[in-house]
Design a protein around this ligand. Sequence first.
Ligand code: HEC
Ligand code: HEC
Ligand code: HEC
Ligand code: HEC
Ligand code: HEC
Ligand code: HEC
Length: 468
Amino acid sequence: MTNKLLYFKFLILFFTCLTFSLSAQEADLNAGKTLFINQCASCHAKDMKADLTGPALGGVEERWADYPREDLYSWIRNSQAMISAGHPRAKELWSTWGPTIMNNFPAYTDQEIENVLAYVDAKWKEQPKVVENTTGTAGAADGEDNRLMFIALFLILGLLALVLARIIANLNYMSQVQEGDTDAQRKTLSDILTSKGFVSFVIFLAIVIGGFMTVNNAINLGRQQGYQPDQPIKFSHATHAGLHKIDCKYCHDGARRSKHSVIPAANTCMNCHKAIEKGSTYGTAELTKIFASIGYDPSTDKYIENYDELKTEDIEKIYKKWIADEYVKDNSTLDREGERLIEEQWDAIVSSLTDPDNGDDKIQGPIEWVRIHNLPDHVYFNHAQHVTVGKVECQQCHGKVEAMEVVEQYSPLSMGWCINCHRETDVQFADNEYYKSFEIYHEELAKGKRKGVTVEEIGGLECQKCHY
Ligand code: HEC
Ligand code: HEC
Ligand code: HEC
Ligand code: HEC
Ligand code: HEC
Ligand code: HEC
């Protein structure tokens, strides 16, 4: 009886500690670290002390201390603009590091830049560790901290368990003596350590901790924040959604009314690219890929009949003619160099539209975009629910896509990410029929007792809402 009670108390204590340690982790440094590892570490050394493609970032704030903080922000958003504007520090940097150009990060908020700078500073000032982490993966250091924390927790709990068990044994002994039991014996420490209860408690702890770590590692495996693969066509969101202000939903129509946002088919592209047949950046190189996938002949401005049945050689003739027209007005004067250019461009088109390794050697057919975001199969996520019902902006989850030349995964897509937002975000409560049944909330809202209703409060943290 007392044993059971004791275990119950342990359980409560253990889980309080566990949840506490989990929720206390989030800090700006972590966000800064993620950004740095994903976006900056390819050029700036991770120890902040060595020069790489770019200079060591340690102590950078001091080097910019003579200028307003905004100058440093501007540098990170667009360094070339600062150099052109003649900013003294920018010019100084360029004189040593040019012509190597730093990437632009125009979408970063002040807060995000502060996070990175805070991480740079913390890393720079960090005491050298006795054991250096040589693998260099982003999650490794965190894992280490967690493990230490767990060991400490384990020891403290173990000690507590011992002390409590000892007190209970003494109390038992005393009550037995009081009841006149003359055979009663005081339990020794080793009695306690080998008792069934203690052993099963230790096993229980080991399973919980082991399980937690396994799941944690498994989850991290699937994460790919910052993932930015090369796509078969150099399609730029910065050009389409940014410069030309095409609405996201013009192309990702699905987001409004279905589970998936859907990548637009070549037909959608053709709405405009029937008219824009050559690009100002790549000429015929990229746009011809759209035409060749769908069977549109830009030389005649017509779709090609029975395109699906054409042989690759025939297709080649059609589009090589189109490409040649771009470079020479009169085909007869095509020189060796011109021929090589056309050959190169055509080869690039073929390799973008076919995938012989996977048995696809036909140019015709849909463009195989590389998928960037991918939740595991056991998770249910619905775009329309968020975009149409919840009125959440695309950018809240995908970042400033309209500023990205190449899309990258902006959010971690982890369970914690979904849950955090559901805790913090209000649903569109007032104008949704579906929420009529939550009478208490309506009353409280009317009385001014609450300002809004979060997703959590309508059940957005229930496992089965997100898991099949
Ligand atoms: C493609 C390589 C590259 C990437 C990626 C890159 N940088 Fe740079 N960075 C450079 C180079 C090169 C310089 C030196 C100036 C120049 O040549 O333009 C520089 C200079 C800097 C400076 C000025 C340092 C000083 O001493 O004043 C800062 C600050 C900086 N980078 C921050 C960042 C941050 C933050 C990121 C990630 C968000 C980043 N950089 C990503 C290449 C890069
Ligand atoms: C002109 C059509 C067009 C417009 C407008 C457009 N997109 Fe896209 N989007 C695409 C195409 C094509 C792809 C696939 C190629 C790629 O990843 O760049 C894509 C890919 C994406 C992806 C990555 C999908 C994946 O694989 O996981 C996201 C996220 C995205 N778009 C969001 C947006 C947002 C947000 C906007 C508005 C700011 C927008 N798009 C506007 C055509 C468009
Ligand atoms: C609503 C109109 C519109 C739609 C739809 C559209 N585009 Fe564009 N696209 C443009 C405009 C405008 C430009 C800029 C042309 C320029 O700068 O020469 C452009 C430029 C491009 C370029 C760069 C060409 C170059 O060489 O500079 C590519 C590649 C491209 N689009 C691919 C696509 C793809 C793939 C789709 C379909 C997923 C698509 N576009 C859908 C309007 C559109
Ligand atoms: C609440 C967060 C959230 C919002 C808001 C959101 N998305 Fe997504 N988006 C996601 C997640 C999560 C995925 C991955 C879905 C999956 O793997 O099933 C995704 C995937 C995508 C994809 C890849 C194709 C697909 O549907 O799986 C595109 C394209 C996309 N989003 C575009 C958009 C556009 C455009 C908007 C705004 C109209 C938008 N998203 C709003 C979270 C969001
Ligand atoms: C940017 C904030 C945000 C993020 C991130 C987010 N959600 Fe949501 N989610 C919402 C809002 C707001 C609603 C309420 C929509 C409504 O009123 O039905 C919602 C509702 C839901 C619902 C319906 C809940 C119910 O009780 O009916 C599901 C399921 C859901 N989200 C799944 C997910 C999953 C899975 C992820 C992560 C992959 C995710 N959400 C990430 C904001 C978010
Ligand atoms: C708001 C949506 C949401 C809710 C509510 C939610 N989950 Fe999840 N869960 C996710 C997402 C998204 C992932 C995928 C995370 C990843 O791939 O990193 C996930 C992953 C998991 C995993 C890890 C499996 C794996 O593939 O690594 C487990 C276990 C899990 N959830 C259990 C639960 C339990 C138990 C509950 C209820 C207490 C719950 N989830 C509630 C969204 C949710």
